[in-house]
Design a protein around this ligand. Structure first.
Ligand code: ZN
Length: 132
């Protein structure tokens, strides 16, 4: 079952260039940065109530974030919903006709497990499920 939005992912060319907008202009607190090797990104996290804003900077030209920005430029990348039981939620959406990018969970930032739904099944909104 989906409980809440866990985070919103935003693709950026450079964390150093974009962090000041979120920290200094919006006044959000930077709660940490982390490299997620599996996705070839460096992540900066800002907490807004229950939701985290994640800025995603590619660490490699082969990163999915680098490829996204080749097509779309910087901007909104994905919305992540928090679930209790990731395998169960995947099985449920697949049952309902959704195609998964990740039929099997993979490691996300800060010890989470994640799985992406295919944008063709979601009206082009890249949608992620996160289990904390
Ligand atoms: Zn995410």
């Amino acid at each position: 079952m989906i409980k809440k939005i866990n985070h919103i992912g935003i693709a950026v060319q450079s964390l150093d260039e974009r962090i000041p907008f979120y920290r200094d202009v919006l006044g959000l607190s930077l709660t940490g940065t982390e490299t997620v090797a599996d996705q070839k990104v460096r992540v900066a996290m800002f907490r807004v109530g229950d939701v985290t804003i994640e800025l995603l900077e590619p660490t490699d030209p082969e990163s999915p974030i680098a490829k996204f920005m080749e097509k779309n430029g910087e901007g909104m990348h994905h919305v992540s919903y928090q679930v209790d039981d990731l395998e169960k939620q995947i099985a449920d959406v697949v049952d309902k006709g959704v195609r998964m990018i990740d039929p099997v969970p993979r490691p996300g930032a800060h010890g989470t497990r994640i799985a992406f739904l295919h944008p063709k099944s979601t009206g082009r909104v890249l949608t992620e499920l996160t289990e904390e």
